[in-house]
Design a protein around this ligand. Structure first.
Ligand code: ZN
Length: 269
């Protein structure tokens, strides 16, 4: 592992740190794409919380996977996502589905042009839906594309570690940020993360869905009470989920054409 003049360690699996010659020597075969969002995260977390998380999970998982012999490379985080229902909140940035699909297509095409036909998206934002894009792109580009929604990984960890359920600026996200970037957290300002139920109660049943109009449903922009968050909870969750993502990277890196679902012509099922 190399160091720069100040003694900082430079990791070959991160585009943020690696140079061309070192990357050529390292010869990565799995692209890892962190994908976040820019949106309000309660009164206690920064707008770019999802980007911090996606980048950190991708980097940690890639480091673990490289130690295990894999050859991933982590691309810079895509900092914008699907946030149509938060557009009435200042400085929210929303990408339409067609824009997100176009960005993903151009990144996948760039990678496949260079012979890298395995891509893992590390997604940190619940509004980002990649599945329709992936189905199309696999046929179009012949790449194996995998999506990892970090909050869905190892669900038992969420139950074991956290006291209060939630899905946005909640105890889990606040704990992750307390571990990863405590300088950015103002837990003393946190609200309750209240969820106002739909007035049309008939819509609230399994299998029936419509997006939440965020400001009306979540008055302080959070979903789930974050006030029991701790850095130690964040560390346990972060390491557990990173290990699982690393396993995915290892499996992708060592796959040979013909290993299902990495078919000779990816996209055929
Ligand atoms: Zn978030």
């Amino acid at each position: 592992m190399a160091s720069d003049r100040t003694g900082n360690t430079l990791r070959p699996e991160l585009l943020d740190e690696v140079t061309y010659n070192r990357l050529c020597d390292y010869s990565p075969n799995v692209a890892v794409l962190p994908w976040g969002a820019t949106e309000a995260h309660g009164m206690h977390l920064p707008y770019t919380t999802d980007n911090v998380q996606a980048q950190a999970f991708a980097a940690r998982a890639a480091a673990i996977a490289r130690e295990a012999g894999a050859r991933p490379v982590v691309l810079p985080v895509v900092p914008f996502g699907s946030n149509a229902q938060q557009l009435d909140q200042v400085a929210t940035c929303h990408l339409s589905a067609s824009t997100m699909s176009a960005i993903l297509r151009d990144i996948v095409r760039s990678m496949t042009t260079q012979g890298m036909d395995r891509l893992l998206i590390v997604n940190s934002h619940g509004g980002n839906e990649f599945r329709p894009f992936v189905r199309d792109l696999q046929v179009e580009c012949g790449a194996l594309i995998v999506v990892a929604d970090f909050w869905r990984i190892r669900p038992h960890l969420r139950q074991e570690i956290f006291d209060v359920p939630g899905d946005h600026a909640d105890e889990s996200e606040a704990s992750l940020l307390l571990y990863l970037r405590p300088d950015l957290v103002r837990l003393q300002d946190a609200g309750e993360g209240e969820r106002v139920p739909f007035s049309i109660g008939e819509l609230s049943q399994p299998g029936v869905w419509t997006p939440r109009p965020w400001a009306a449903v979540h008055p302080d922009t959070g979903s789930g009470d974050p006030r029991k968050a701790t850095a130690e909870k964040g560390r346990r969750y972060f390491e557990g989920v990173s290990e699982a993502i690393a396993e995915v990277i290892v499996g992708l890196s060592r796959a040979r054409p013909g290993d299902i679902p990495y078919l000779d012509r990816a996209g055929e099922e």
